[in-house]
Design a protein around this ligand. Structure first.
Ligand code: SAH
Ligand code: SF4
Ligand code: F3S
Length: 468
């Protein structure tokens, strides 16, 4: 649930036949938005929409937005300004462009979007995109914009097409749980995504089977609190995440399973055990802690202490000794003192993270922390963030350096940046680039890791490469 940079277009651009219409989706925010963008494309496919690489070739542009921090919304408005020019330029060529804003900014600020950007045709929240075809039809008829930001009683998943265009490269996201009832003091997600709900296990397994049949080897199960998953089982009982992962591994045959984002409070015993005895569960876990201070954790409403987190990590590492951890941190939550921040630094030193995302606290309208006193000054937040990122950088480099000289199975997901290179992911989610043939894309091959760079590793393919 991290990077806010726009992500590359979802599906590969396809040739647009005369009857087809061009669709361009720009995605911000977390992996769930990536999944949602793919599914929006699936929903629009029967209407003739096909992915195109640039907005000016698109009859419909969807901006799938994120509301997690304030700059996120500002980026949306500046992107809209740019897309307005595209729309106007296309109009001079006699072409209509449907401009839609989806995702969490749409949910939280739908009316404001229409006020500030009246050239937007459709505003839709994350729980209504199964109704997109109907909205497109209404937008064509209507004089004004169409806005759908309620939380419908029907679950969108029941209305999405069974067919899913599997992403190229052998790795796919699969949303199994959505929404959040935890109401951390700082967070908009419970308001933008709604109440927590889990998809039935049978629906998840069916989607996973289709992905596997399309060549997908690695599935990342997604949820705002993915380990709170409690889906209805085909046997009538309730399945937790551990049970689901076991069936995906043993019966569906998924070679690599990941899940994100998990909450420390929902890390049940059977899930910890699964890390020990399910080799398909990758040895990398994103487990956000936010702070190492008990005072701040309580103010954040996280529901655990720093020591409880330490114990949890110990238990996970006993189950799976090569497990690497990643986390999210917020500095400058209201009320955070120098001593609190020192506690966070201590926790980081104690645990040792392979990777991390860290943010300055950003006040979000309508959240409990926004109204709290003792907001931390910006320059203090800046200084703390720098200090925190410096130690996390060292830890990440140390972790990456330790993989040099090891032979590591890599799932190749696409071409590398340099010609002749292919790029993939290690079990620890490190980006790995090697010289290699395109025929390995979508497959797992062994790589002898030789070099580390800032955010990636380099190596050479070994002899006994292919497990395909
Ligand atoms: N469900 C996940 C987090 C989802 S949001 C969890 O509970 O851990 C992704 C990350 O964004 C959070 O972990 C947090 O570090 C960061 N974040 C969320 N709201 C924020 C805010 N108001 N200011 C700064 N960072 C925030
Ligand atoms: Fe936000 Fe907290 Fe829910 Fe995570 S658990 S999505 S941080 S409210
Ligand atoms: Fe952003 Fe919504 Fe995801 S606010 S992080 S896109 S759940």
């Amino acid at each position: 649930m991290n990077s806010l940079s726009p992500r590359p277009g979802m599906a590969q651009p396809e040739p647009v036949t005369p009857s087809a219409r061009g669709l361009h989706v720009i995605t911000w925010g977390c992996q769930m938005n990536v999944y949602d963008s793919e599914r929006m494309s699936d929903v629009l496919r029967p209407l003739g929409y096909r992915a195109v690489g640039t907005p000016d070739a698109a009859d419909m542009i969807i901006l799938n937005t994120c509301h997690i921090r304030d700059r996120a919304a500002e980026k949306v408005f500046s992107e809209l300004g740019r897309l307005r020019l595209v729309k106007e330029e296309r109009a001079t060529r006699g072409m209509n462009t449907v401009l839609a804003v989806a995702g969490c900014v749409a949910q939280a600020e739908g009316r404001e979007i229409l006020a500030r950007a009246p050239y937007v045709d459709i505003v839709l929240g994350p729980q209504t995109y199964h109704r997109l075809p109907e909205m497109v039809a209404r937008a064509a008829r209507a004089a004004g914009a169409v806005i759908e930001t309620d939380f419908p009683v029907e679950q969108k998943f029941d209305f999405l097409p069974a067919e899913r265009v599997a992403p190229a490269g052998g790795a796919a996201f699969l949303t199994i749980q959505e929404g959040c009832d935890k109401f951390c003091s700082f967070c908009v997600v419970p308001y933008t995504r709604g109440a927590e709900s889990s998809r039935p296990a049978a629906a998840v397994l069916a989607e996973a089977r289709r992905l596997a049949a399309a060549g997908v080897r690695e599935i990342t199960l997604l949820g705002q609190n993915v380990n709170a998953y409690h889906g209805e089982g085909p046997d009538g009982g309730t399945w937790g995440l551990a049970r689901l992962a076991r069936v995906l591994a043993d019966e569906v045959g998924i070679e690599r399973i990941r899940y994100t984002t998990s909450h420390p409070r929902d890390m049940e015993d059977d899930l910890i055990a699964a890390h020990g005895d399910l080799p398909q569960l990758m040895p990398f876990l994103h487990l956000p802690v936010q702070s190492g201070s008990d005072r701040v954790l309580a103010a954040m409403n996280r529901g655990h202490t720093a020591d409880e987190y330490r114990v949890l990590v110990d238990r996970l590492r006993s189950a799976r000794p090569d497990l690497a951890l990643s986390s999210d941190f917020i500095v400058g939550h209201p009320g955070e003192t120098d001593a609190d921040f020192a506690d966070t630094m201590r926790l980081i030193r104690d645990i040792g993270f392979a990777q991390a995302y860290s943010f300055k606290y950003s006040s979000r309208p309508g959240t409990p922390a926004a109204g709290a006193g003792a907001q931390v000054p910006e320059d203090v937040k800046d200084a703390r963030l720098q200090e925190l990122q410096a130690i996390l950088r060292v830890q990440q480099d140390t972790f990456n350096d330790a993989t040099v000289g090891r032979v590591t199975p890599v799932l190749f997901t696409g071409r590398g940046r340099k010609p002749g290179q292919i790029s993939g992911k290690s079990p620890w989610l490190q980006a790995v680039n090697v010289e290699g043939p395109d025929s390995l894309i979508g497959r797992v091959a062994n790589v002898d890791i030789r070099h580390t760079y800032t955010n990636s590793l380099g190596g050479v393919l070994t002899e006994e490469t292919d497990r395909a």
